[in-house]
Design a binder for this molecule. Structure first.
Ligand SMILES: [Zn+2]
Length: 123
């Protein structure tokens, strides 16, 4: 599965950078032209984070739309195609956005997690 190795790399990067902390939420930017299926990635995320500080973390996806620029006429346009065509008929088009995967942010638990039976006082 394509998403499994990608997700593994993302998780590895976070663990490498943050070390042994509890991660609450991971925000990813997955471009609409990236070919990555967020649902599949979320599924893989649960698998590869088991036993790590990221276990149980929520995964948020930003899905930036694709954009492209025509090398023939210089036009810039939004696209949902991996191989877009320009309105001028040219296929000499450079994809300029929405094709990548990026880690946008990670939320961690600052304090140590309280034991499950800890009582919290409201107000
Ligand atoms: Zn064009």
């Amino acid at each position: 599965m394509h998403e499994l190795s990608i997700t593994q790399q993302v998780v590895d990067q976070i663990v490498e950078k943050l070390g042994d902390v509890r991660v609450r939420r991971v925000r990813l930017e997955v471009g609409q032209l990236s070919g990555i299926v967020p649902d599949a990635m979320a599924f893989c995320f649960e698998l590869v984070t088991a036993g790590t500080g990221l276990e149980g973390a929520e995964l948020d996806f930003d899905r930036p739309a694709g954009s492209a620029r025509c090398r023939a006429c210089g036009d810039e346009f939004g696209t949902a195609e991996v191989l877009p065509l320009c309105g001028c008929g040219s296929a000499d088009v450079e994809v300029t956005g929405g094709s990548g995967l990026r880690i946008r942010g990670v939320e961690v638990d600052q304090a140590c997690a309280p034991p499950a039976d800890a009582r919290t006082t409201q107000g």
